[in-house]
Design a protein around this ligand. Structure first.
Ligand code: FES
Ligand SMILES: [Fe+2]
Length: 379
């Protein structure tokens, strides 16, 4: 994080601790229940959020080497990401131009991707190279039958794709002033450790809501993370629809004895960035959790990729034990504590108990997120 931001945040958080307060929105907010269950809303979200905005598909470490490839299906689009021999990341639709089979599965390293159906083969730039019985396709030139490319960018360690083939990608406009803050994390140097897929009977926004307040820390998480963090206490800042929530660890007390210009806040906070609409990037002590949260087949379902990126490659057994422990802890907390409550909420939405739920002034992240969704949907 930028040093100026760390100093400002450090002062803010110590003040919240001293005054037993937290970031507050000006007003409380009524969030319509319908937006979590409506098929019409889900269809509008697909169109205006999930197909129209740049989509973060991972960090650079996902495609560590030239020649590596990775499939990505969580958005409902069959994506194929590659890093070519020159190191450039590109994205394609994972759809063979012969009769539409998937050209690649999972991930790996290759010089060419050979379709499993009739062996048309494509290079890492998506160009059609070899076609068995080539003469049978006279009149359909190779040049016109490359994999369908999508606009792609790799910036400051994050990989972005435009979901619609006709759209161009403008990250300057999309991220705005958040660019500088993201660059300060030097994410390009991180290594992909593991990705897990979490499917839940919760609307994607409800799953994302899990991250957006610390009001529940010492109630729902009294036996897990409550002892590490302050309850109902955190900073909130936003850049357009994107925003950051910072919760201090109890260890933040250690910085009180030091001069502010020398503060290193990072070991003492968890910093949550919501990259609108559906990516949550979490700075945890020394590593990154990247959450890609997508709608499922119905408004009551979501599918999420949770990836862990580490500052060093995990070569040793001890390193793997360490990172497995981190991954298991976060999955344990969300799967056993947050998400069961969320699934109960989703079921309750259908009961007719109330038309809206309430976000308190102490939950500014929730308010900002849902206002931003409404604005993007033109509601
Ligand atoms: S569908 Fe790919 S080679 Fe036929
Ligand atoms: Fe939680």
């Amino acid at each position: 994080m930028l040093q100026d931001a760390q100093i400002a945040l450090g002062r803010q958080l110590l003040d919240y601790i001293d005054t037993r307060s937290t970031a507050m929105a000006p007003d409380l907010y009524l969030q319509p229940v319908d937006e979590y269950v409506s098929h019409a809303t889900a269809a509008r979200e697909q169109q205006r959020l999930f197909r129209a905005l740049p989509m973060c598909v991972g960090m650079s470490g996902l495609l560590a080497q030239p020649g590596s490839f990775q499939t990505h299906d969580v958005s409902g689009l069959p994506l194929l990401l590659t890093r070519n021999e020159q190191g450039r990341v590109q994205a394609f639709l994972n759809v063979c131009r012969h009769r539409g089979a998937r050209v690649a599965e999972q991930c790996g390293k290759a010089r060419a991707l050979v379709c499993p159906y009739h062996a048309w083969s494509y290079d890492m730039n998506g160009k059609l190279k070899v076609r068995p019985a080539d003469g049978a396709f006279d009149g359909a030139p190779h040049e016109s039958l490359g994999l369908t490319p999508l606009a792609t960018a790799e910036r400051d360690g994050l990989i972005w794709v435009m979901p619609r083939a006709q759209d161009s990608l403008d990250l300057d406009t999309h991220l705005g002033a958040l660019n500088a803050e993201l660059a300060s994390f030097k994410l390009a140097g991180f290594h992909h450790y593991e990705t897990r897929t979490l499917t839940r009977r919760m609307n994607w926004k409800l799953l994302l809501d899990t991250f957006l307040e610390s009001y529940h820390f010492c109630v729902l998480h009294r036996d897990s993370i409550c002892s590490i963090f302050y309850d109902n206490l955190g900073a909130f800042d936003h850049w357009g629809p994107h925003f950051r929530l910072v919760s201090p660890r109890k260890s933040i007390e250690e910085i009180r004895g030091e001069q502010a210009p020398r503060w290193n806040l990072m070991p003492h906070i968890v910093s949550i960035y919501v990259l609108f609409p559906n990516t949550v990037l979490v700075w945890q002590l020394d590593h990154i959790e990247l959450w890609q949260i997508h709608p499922g087949a119905t408004p009551d379902e979501s599918i999420t990729l949770l990836s862990l990126y580490t500052p060093e490659p995990a070569h040793s057994e001890a390193a793997r034990r360490h990172w497995n422990k981190n991954m298991d802890l976060v999955v344990h907390v969300v799967e056993n504590e947050d998400f069961p409550v969320g699934e109960g909420i989703q079921r309750g939405f259908h009961s007719g108990a109330q038309d809206s739920i309430l976000f308190g002034r102490n939950e500014p992240g929730l308010i900002h997120f849902h206002r931003s969704v409404s604005a993007a949907l033109g509601a």
